[in-house]
Write a protein that binds this ligand. Structure first.
Ligand code: BG6
Length: 295
């Protein structure tokens, strides 16, 4: 058996011989689906998510670049829409590579996507007039999903950026979820006046949560557990910050593309990124960061 890859104008699908699958929308290079071999979805995707390119996708893994949130006080990114233009741009599918295996149980597939100054629209170019290219690689193995970004400065002046892999994890019951690996980490609490705080113990969710963590040890895996059982383990390379977000009742009500309205009970965003301040990339230099999500 081989890896089965299909693609059309709007998306790429890949199914491993062992049954796991992914779907990536060219709009935003957004991973919109990651299923286990039994067909169970591992990512949360809103029933009202716009998949036609008219809006960033509510769910899956939107990619944030070159600004996290908005940065009205940071001149070079001040005009950009929330979370930048990458999640709202049409990416190119650059190609695939597969590793087959004799035992058919550990075949994997890597899909590559590209976005650059040459392919973004004029509107985005005007808002952020730097010369760049992005390569985004999505790798599926039977027990893991790896998503990595390489950012290159193709221009002749430095630029500054933030980036983040905005993963919406599907969970059964938010009240039973705990997130470990952030113990003792300093964080900015976006629902409490951006106060600086320190995490004590696991993160649990009992209301709106929107926090930017800066763990002291970036190599500690961040683990999402439900009912005491580990569901996802996230290991990061270079991406030193972790955002934890759940909109809870009112924020979910306020988002037109968030359905069902009680869907906040079935999702948690744990987002690996580089969002504390800005990263400066000199002309000709490249930056790479990735997350590996293991189940
Ligand atoms: C999170 C931010 O990463 O994304 C939140 O920390 C924000 O503040 C959330 O609300 C969703 O953003 P958006 O633009 O997709 O609605």
């Amino acid at each position: 058996a081989q890896v089965n890859i299909t693609h059309d104008n709007s998306r790429v699908n890949a199914v491993l011989p062992s049954g796991e699958s992914i779907e990536v929308l060219l709009h935003g290079a957004t991973v919109t689906s990651w299923k286990d071999r039994a067909g169970n979805e591992r990512l949360w995707l809103s029933d009202a998510a716009k998949l036609d390119g008219s809006k960033a996708v509510r769910g899956g893994i939107p990619l944030v670049f070159p600004v996290f949130g908005t940065a009205p006080d940071h001149e070079p990114t001040s005009k950009l829409p929330q979370h930048g233009f990458a999640r709202n741009s049409r990416w190119d599918f650059l190609g695939k590579s597969t590793t087959e295996s004799s035992g058919q149980t550990d075949a994997s597939v890597k899909l590559d996507f590209g976005l650059s100054t040459a392919t973004i629209n004029d509107e985005a170019k005007k808002l952020w007039p730097f010369s760049f290219s992005l390569i985004y690689s999505v790798t599926l193995t039977p027990d893991a999903l790896r998503t990595g970004i390489v950012i290159t400065n193709d221009g002749d002046q430095p630029f500054e950026f933030q980036t983040l892999l905005h993963t919406y994890f599907r969970i059964g019951d938010i009240t039973k979820v705990s997130v470990s690996g952030l113990e003792e980490a300093a964080y900015v609490d976006k629902v409490d006046g951006a106060k600086e705080k320190q995490q004590a113990g696991d993160v649990t969710i009992a209301g709106e949560v929107d926090r930017v963590y800066h763990p002291a040890n970036p190599s500690t895996p961040v683990v999402i557990s439900e009912g005491g059982e580990s569901k996802f383990s996230i290991v990061r390379e270079t991406l030193s910050d972790v955002v934890v977000w759940n909109p809870w009742i009112e924020k979910a009500q306020g988002m037109g593309d968030f359905e069902p309205k009680d869907g906040y009970k079935n999702m948690i965003c744990v987002e690996a990124g580089s969002v504390k301040g800005f990263t400066k990339l000199e002309a000709g230099d490249a930056y790479s960061g990735e997350q590996v999500i293991t189940v």
